[in-house]
Design a protein around this ligand. Sequence first.
Ligand code: NDP
Length: 532
Amino acid sequence: MTTEVSEAAAARGAAREIVSYDPSTGEELGRVPLGTARDVERAVGRARAAQGAWAARSFKERARVVLRARAIVLEEMDEVAGLVGRESGKPAAEAMAMEVVPTLDLMQFFARRAARLLRPEKLDIGLYRFLGRASEIEYRPLGVVGIISPWNFPWATPVGEIVMALMAGNTVVLKPSELTPLVALKIADVFERAGAPEGVLEVVTGDGSTGAALVEAAPDKIMFTGSTVTGRRVAEAAARRLIPVVLELGGKDPMVVFEDADLEAASSAALWGAFANSGQACASVERCYVHETVAEDFTRRVLAKVRALRQAARDADIGAMSSERQLLIVEGHVREAVGRGARVLAGGGRPKGAPERGFFHEPTVLAGVDHTMAVMREETFGPVLPLMTFKDEAEAVRLANDSEFGLTASVWTRDLRRGRRVASLMEAGTVMVNEVLYTHGIAQTPWGGVKQSGLGRTHGRLGLLELVAPHHVHVNRLARVPDPWWFAYTPGAAALFRSLARRFASGSLLQTILISPQMLGRLRELKKRRDD
Ligand code: NDP
């Protein structure tokens, strides 16, 4: 395991470096190298050199390293949560709940289950098995997996992907966000102390250029989490080299509250779903649609709960935004919405009395919004909850699906049949009934979106399968018997092929038995030609 020190920086004697700040105080937390393309190439080279020996280890041996890493995290969980909190601006309690707890669970799950989830699989090949054939799929490691991760969950996002990639027998090169490099170095430190051999997990700190260099260094797969704009750029660069990518690009996730919902629970969920992590989650509730008959009651409950939230740099419910850039985007969305007629029911901007250098935005509730506004169309990625009403189920589904994104969606009703019915109409990778936001925390469930929310999946068996190459082995146990479809294409062969089209390709054994005399005739013909 190595953390790259920039060669260029060393050559000049003056560090090309990144400064990490606490976004809630402006305090400098540390400095790390800004990795160059050469640094990335070397890291990929080391990961490639280490991969064969790592893949040759059994699942149990790989699991031992992951479980030792898990034990270190457990021992140092307060330090981890504190560091995540300081570098990203979120409350340490939230870092514990949303980052440390899910990764501890994911580590034990994949350490214990990866072998079973990737067990070789016998395939049902239908009528071909009567020709003495058998097919099996082995799941082989891809090689080197490049992970490009964002700043909003700087621990949980990369750790989950690292653990799954390593358990599948790959080695990893991680390029974390320039806003949260110290968390990434802590991840490297944990795996190093857990006994991961040199090259199994490489971390190259840097900025967007370092991420771009990782794609150019041609790892065997890229796991990217971030914005749609950058994701598209990564996909284009990867396509030039035919590198497969998984893109987790965030969303504009709707929450639909029907008139029969438990409004007390739904209002608390809306609050947490929209404001946890200062709204900087790809699955945050970004749009809330409430049935017109309960909208007043729901809004009253939401506003009472917003007033009770505490916002501060430490030990609060809501922390700071991760960067000034993000804060400016959120302010821009709120300003535009208000300029076009939206009403601010709570919050609305930077809190009065916030530390001057902290990037805080108040938890904000908007009414009077519509789908022409950026706050209802673009990813706001901030603590903003816009409320709209609807008249009936059809309108709710139409509004929820009226988005270029499709990561998660949430439906609230006491009628679970209705919940499932509406869920099946939603255009999203995950739809939750009477829940919001949290299923990224479940190791067993797939995570990923449709439409502009991305490609592929992370987590669950589907996510694990993204990190392996299916290796199909097909065996012919009757190799002495010639295949009827081989040369020569005699008139008898042509007649048999027509029968195969009609009967064998129907999938019916009975139909196929009817052509066995013709088949035997063809085999005799082939044998005779061979013997002649
Ligand atoms: P980006 O998409 O720019 O960053 C994500 C990761 O990609 C970071 O590690 C970044 O590095 C890296 N990166 C940047 N440029 C390239 C490149 N050309 N090639 C390869 N990697 C690159 O996210 P931002 O930080 O700019 O956030 C902007 C918006 O993205 C947010 O407002 C939000 O809407 C969305 N977002 C969504 C996330 C999600 O979970 N789905 C997470 C983060 C953001 P570096 O940070 O060092 O520049």
